[in-house]
Unconditional design. Structure first.
Length: 159
């Protein structure tokens, strides 16, 4: 599994909101391997969600979902730019991995309806921030550039 430990470490860094005493990284890893094997997966994406069991956020449980990799018909994909003000985006500083991405899902729906592969957001200052579910990189004057984390975006593992 590519970047598994990086993703899990990022999930477990969210101690501001959650207490991870009753689950551990090895259990999640073993469940992920079991999920992959039982579904005979060679490629695909795993989505791991950690949620509180009770109202005091002391005990947690996790869920693992699988989905296929997105199909790309070429090396070039269409993107569509959207203002963050039109899609509710909740950001924390420091940035935490969370389930607060309804605005992202709405933007994906709209982008796909217009034939785009990925919506790219820009903020009120017209600065590109991120894709709805992907980091964005571009080349400017021969340098690979990506938006600054100071914009409140999640420090994606692929960055």
């Amino acid at each position: 599994m590519i970047f598994f430990n990086d993703h899990i470490d990022r999930l477990f860094s969210n101690t501001r909101f959650f207490n991870f005493n009753n689950i551990n990284k090895n259990d999640i890893y073993n469940t992920a391997i079991k999920t992959i094997n039982q579904n005979d997966l060679n490629t695909g994406l795993l989505k791991i969600i950690i949620l509180p069991i009770d109202d005091d956020f002391i005990n947690m449980e996790y869920y693992i979902f699988i989905r296929p990799l997105p199909k790309l018909n070429s090396d070039i994909v269409k993107i569509k730019f959207y203002s963050e003000s039109n899609y509710p985006i909740l950001r924390f500083k420091p940035a935490y991995k969370s389930l607060f991405y309804m605005g992202n899902m709405l933007a994906i729906k709209d982008a796909h309806a217009s034939g785009a592969f990925e919506p790219i957001f820009y903020n009120k200052n017209k600065i590109i921030t991120e894709g709805a579910i992907r980091n964005i990189f571009f080349i400017k004057d021969g340098m690979v550039c990506t938006p600054n984390l100071e914009l409140g975006i999640l420090d994606g593992v692929t960055r």
